[in-house]
Design a protein around this ligand. Sequence first.
Ligand code: 13P
Ligand code: ZN
Length: 275
Amino acid sequence: MNILELEFIKGFIRMCDDGFNQGWHERNGGNLTYRIKAEEIAKTAGMLDESKEWVAIGTEVPSLAGEYFLVTGSGKYFRNVALAPETNIAIIKIDDTGTKYQLQWGLVDGGKPTSELPSHLMNHAVKKAASNGKHRVIYHAHTTNVIALTFVLPLRDEVFTRELWEMATECPVVFPGGIGMVPWMVPGGKAIAVATSKLMEKYDVAIWAHHGMFCSGEDFDLTFGLMHTVEKSAEILVKVLSIQPTKLQTIQADEFRELANDFNVNLPEEFLFEK
Ligand code: 13P
Ligand code: ZN
């Protein structure tokens, strides 16, 4: 069997393509990682190379020791993933200490996993624990409208959450837990990974000011759908702010409480302050 026929690889490639088609992945922007299930890795028997050197991750993720991840390559373009998966994505294995990885498949023309690997793996570690192993996808995209809003709204969790909840009635149902904000930081290292993963203990969505967004989810559909919903809501807000300096009407705090009641979601009171 060809490894590219495995469902989890097909789903990963489709998500890269979908993200590119949304306009979120200029050049090499964005990255995607998937924590592979044991039964899925079993299907790759004989197709992985266990001989390459072990490379430092740049942070510690002991709870991910021995796990396998499908990841996008650093400097690789999302628009090329579907055309040539084996040169743009990779399967890596984490060592017993959670400090190193080994490239076992892919990136055939050379290269290494995404430069945001520390953020992805620390987010995976937090989400694996918080979701009892259910969350498997971490997705980073350069979502245009969310980035635009980080220049004009206060970089506070309650402000972004509430403004984006108001922009479409389905938003509080899709991200009831809210959104965490990371101020501008140098990307690609441990410091931003620590800041982001701390927020991921509470949220499924984190926004990096003037850079983009991170989403976590159980599968490709849910994680892509979450990114898509938040970005669509940001697009509406950008349009609203462009046509009208103050809103004439909006969804009120009590109306969110009614929605929470009818849709059986918990909307934390911290986001339902009187404005
Ligand atoms: P990589 O090409 O290393 O994945 O980096 C892209 C990016 O979006 C950095 O934040
Ligand atoms: Zn980025």
